[in-house]
Design a protein around this ligand. Sequence first.
Ligand code: NAD
Length: 462
Amino acid sequence: MNTATHDLIVIGAGPGGYVAAIRAAQLGLNVACVESENALGGTCLRVGCIPSKALLESSARFAEARDTLSKHGVNVTGVSFDLAGMMRRKEDIVNGLTHGVAGLFKKNGITRYEGRGRITGPQRVVVEGTDGAALSAKHILIATGCASASLPNVEVDGLYVGTSTEALAYDAVPGHLAVIGAGYIGLELGSVWNRLGAKVTVLEYLDRILPGMDGELAAKARKIFEKQGMTFRVGCRVTGARKKGKGAVVEIDGAAPVTCDRVLLAVGRVPNTADLGLETVGIDTDSRGRIVVDERFRTSAEGVYAIGDVIPGPMLAHKAEDEGVACVENIVKGYGEVNYNAIPGIVYTHPEIASVGKTEEQLQQEGVPYRKGVFPYLANGRARCIGETEGFVKMLAHAETDRLLGVHILGAHAGDLIAEAAVAMEFDASSEDLARSCHAHPTLAEIVKEAALAVDERAIHI
Ligand code: NAD
């Protein structure tokens, strides 16, 4: 077996791991990255964020041609789609990006090992697979991400009952798709298949969709998705699901079972910590199996760090990336941190839903006095020109200091607009700071400015 010594071994080449590896190489470390998949980029690039956004875009364009282009005076007849073509486009994008990461590894002199990495003792990692090797390094970074959570009695067979991985690659539009869970994945992939003609029923345990997001946004979003044709059954506890004939059946506590063609299980994700050899060096995990780290991403084992979905916090690619950078900067430079109050979250439905900072419910629970400014897309000139008038920006600022506490956007391009709010919060801006910054006209960004003005009850266009 090959042996080698590096300064840093990163286990996992998702957005957390590969970004950490690149940053560490930039800082002069001799870096190895161990990844069991042939393609780099992790769940996000291969079977998550990227392929889902590719399908969301293709399906949105189809739906636009079918439903709304005529409002622009553009007549198209006989609109149809080629599912295989959409899937090929998605795969081309994924291939391009995963090869791009391989190119970045090469450029930065990162040694890539293909195989499963497992810690075998202090400073030691074994690679099992194509590039079998026994490695040693002063620093080991665990960035192994997460996997779909299971649900008791939900029998995932990968065809009739599957997870997001399968729902990103159905070979035909299901007649009826039952989605378990009204979170990020359920709404995004439910939207894709709804646009392409499936009947979509979303079964959600709680009494609302998108738990954790601002309640006012989630309630309005639900109404919009219902108008788009999706059905929501909230307060609905799924107790089982399995293949039945050429379809599937989903059992619900206290209600009749739902029969459908396919089931998408999207009830959250669990950290990938099994068979990593954590016990060989004494790494602590919490009650949910997440690796416990301090503010410098150090685990309870000397020289072993962890970032991303294997540690607490939102399971988001950009959070993992920022943690990866902060972690290796800490190792090399002695400083580096992540501001957990300013991590945006985006649901890429249409319209998009984007959020940063505290929700109104959180502020109420915490007893924080706040002022609220809301401005609708409908009152914005650009929104009217592009035909995207649904939604609003909601800004929450401290009642005494005016410091921004949370910004929540439901509407077209919310995912891009939220960046301004995240930067503002990173700089501890007040709502007045945003309100007094010049925003170009006519842009959707003016909705953010007007919401900031509305905090002080001085919005202009309403
Ligand atoms: P989620 O946590 O967003 O939503 C899961 C939903 O399932 C919740 O609403 C929960 O109440 C519900 N649920 C749980 N048990 C249930 C039961 N027995 N019956 C019915 N409903 C039940 O999880 P997800 O949608 O699977 O996404 C997983 C993670 O992936 C998320 O944490 C998210 O951060 C990440 N993700 C992010 C994006 C993005 O950034 N756009 C996209 C996809 C996934």
